[in-house]
Design a protein around this ligand. Structure first.
Ligand SMILES: NC(=O)C1=CN([C@@H]2O[C@H](COP(=O)(O)OP(=O)(O)OC[C@H]3O[C@@H](n4cnc5c(N)ncnc54)[C@H](OP(=O)(O)O)[C@@H]3O)[C@@H](O)[C@H]2O)[C@@H](O)CC1
Ligand SMILES: Nc1ncnc2c1ncn2[C@@H]1O[C@H](COP(=O)(O)OP(=O)(O)O)[C@@H](O)[C@H]1O
Ligand SMILES: [K+]
Length: 488
């Protein structure tokens, strides 16, 4: 698991370490790691043109020291000081000693010819979007030829939430220090950060236990264990699906198929799309009656395509009245938003899986802080909230959160949410607690499946179902995870 630490958590750890190390040691560690990533990206130092945008704080100091290291290796480094009187004095002296050039915000900055642009305007000490001179330079950097590299955090991005209030630096790479900050992997900040590189500056032992995480393939593999010799179709978890309708059988077919393909023990279907489900999945046990007619299950998935009429409401209430884990998706979300007590009164785990519009039906729009929004609704309803998006967020009622690291924009097509609901039902049915980890694992596997299914071109939702066994194998086979490989 990769911990996501807030700016305050990182600062607290830094304070402990700063008191125990010689002055400047941490910044040197940061700058050394930063320069090493820049060298890798440039492929060569000698003759490479580097422009560093340098703010008045320590973030600018990192950029100046890294610039000095690159200049010492033969790079032609120009530092653009946004606030010349307040630039980090030792960093500035080091850059000058190494032969770097220094200019002000109006000076010749070399942005039009740079091979690499360092964004050291502002890091964890930033507030709000970029101010005018920095905003203008950031826009020119984005339009110019250089590889854009953010120092610690893309300037203008809120390190904790990923919110961008105004303008921000658009980086292809972000070199971050001590811990990955949530704002680099979620919300608008995710798009500004590009590929995230973590540089260890020794904070690890001093960091508070993070309250937000990213799962890796290795973490998710633990939820996808192959059957044991003693297993039978019941012991692997029986999933119940309430989805679709006579008019819209597709959602039922996708959701049932996804549950079957994730963990093919047994899937029971109850509802009015039974004929379609029988035709597509002869393996499923289908009843045209109510959920109580379906037989025993270990978890329910309710919602995709089921409608919101009185009959659908009664069916949902029946499922929510059980003491089993329930996934509340799509139409079931619309009904739960009207009657939140149906969820609030439950003691067994409930996982709500809204996209932004469905989320807003619960009263408050998602806003720019996606982790905060998911946490608030989870706490209010005593449920797990899986907030879909390009980086899906999962939050438990106690505030534990996950940000998904897999996936592809190719998933933005009808029916892929129905597949996620089926995957999630299958993982909940095996009862590996807690439900928020199962939900995060489902989002991870769903994203991997999307990547696999779109490797050679666009996907439709049924391609996901077909590729699920391959994705399960891939996740199981992968010994290590990666920070961020969404291909975004
Ligand atoms: N602590 C450590 O040991 C280590 C810390 N490290 C590094 O320090 C960084 C944190 O440094 P920090 O605390 O000095 O703050 P920092 O991010 O440079 O920002 C403050 C400056 O930004 C300015 N500013 C603010 N908002 C702005 C905006 N919207 N647009 C434009 N400007 C804005 C603000 O200006 P002011 O408001 O004062 O006018 C002030 O001058 C951290 O991210 C990491 O890189 C590493 O070296 C490892 C060791
Ligand atoms: N741009 C995107 N990048 C990555 N994943 C996306 C993107 N857009 C949508 N998704 C994913 O696709 C799925 C869409 O679900 P949903 O909106 O419920 O679709 P449907 O209701 O048609 O089944 C979610 O898992 C979501 O995270
Ligand atoms: K920065």
């Amino acid at each position: 698991m990769i911990g996501l630490s807030t700016a305050a958590e990182v600062r607290a750890a830094e304070d402990v370490l700063l008191a125990r190390t010689r002055e400047g040691v941490l910044m040197q560690r940061a700058a050394t790691g930063l320069a090493a990533v820049c060298l890798r990206l440039l492929g060569r130092a000698h003759g490479a043109r580097v422009t560093a945008l340098v703010g008045a704080g320590n973030n600018g100091g990192d950029a100046l020291f890294a610039g000095a290291r690159l200049a010492a290796r033969g790079a032609r480094v120009t530092a653009v000081l946004l606030d010349p009187d307040r630039a980090h004095p030792a960093g500035l002296a080091a850059l000058r000693r190494a032969g770097g050039r220094v200019t002000g915000p109006e000076g010749p900055d070399g942005l039009d010819r740079a091979d690499l642009v360092l964004d050291g305007v502002v890091g964890t000490g930033g507030r709000g979007g970029l101010r005018p001179p920095a905003a203008h330079l950031a826009a020119r950097a984005a339009a110019g030829p250089g590889v854009t590299v953010a120092v610690d955090v893309p300037s203008g991005v809120d390190a904790d939430t990923g919110a961008v209030d105004g303008e921000a630096f658009a980086a292809l790479h972000t070199v971050t220090f001590g811990a990955v900050k949530p704002g680099l992997v979620v919300g608008d900040g995710r798009g500004c950060a590009g590929t995230v590189h973590l540089v260890d500056i020794g904070l690890g032992p001093h960091l508070a236990a993070p309250r937000a995480h990213q799962l890796t393939d290795a973490d998710v593999a633990a939820h996808l264990q192959p059957p044991e010799p003693g297993d039978d179709k019941y012991s692997r978890g029986v999933v119940g699906v309430v989805a679709g309708s006579a008019v819209y059988p597709g959602a039922a077919v996708l959701c049932t198929g996804a549950a079957l393909r994730t963990r093919p023990g047994l899937v029971r279907y109850a509802g009015t799309a039974g004929d379609g489900v029988r035709a597509a999945w002869p393996e499923a046990i289908v009843t045209d009656g109510r959920p109580s007619d379906a037989g025993r299950v270990q978890a329910w998935v309710a919602g995709p395509g089921m409608g919101t009429d009185d009959d659908a409401r009664a069916t949902l209430a029946e499922v929510l009245a059980t003491d089993l884990p329930v996934v509340v998706d799509a139409d079931a979300l619309t009904m739960a938003a009207r009657e939140p007590d149906l969820v609030r009164d439950r003691r067994a785990p409930t996982v709500l899986t809204p996209h932004d519009r469905e989320f807003a039906r619960f009263g408050v729009p998602v806003g720019a802080d996606r982790i905060g929004a998911a946490r608030r609704l989870a706490a209010e309803l005593g449920a797990v909230v899986l907030l879909k998006g390009d980086a899906t967020v999962v939050a438990g009622p106690d505030g534990t959160a996950f940000v998904n690291a897999t996936g592809t924009a190719e998933l933005a097509t009808a029916g892929t949410g129905d597949v996620l609901a089926g995957i999630l039902g299958a993982l909940l049915a095996t009862g590996t607690p807690p439900a928020e980890t199962a939900a995060a694992a489902a989002a991870h596997l769903h994203g991997r499946t999307g990547q696999l299914a779109s490797a050679r071109g666009p996907l439709v939702a049924s391609d996901l179902v077909r590729h699920l066994p391959g994705a399960v194998g891939l996740v199981r086979g992968s010994a290590t995870g990666s920070l961020r490989d969404s291909g975004a």
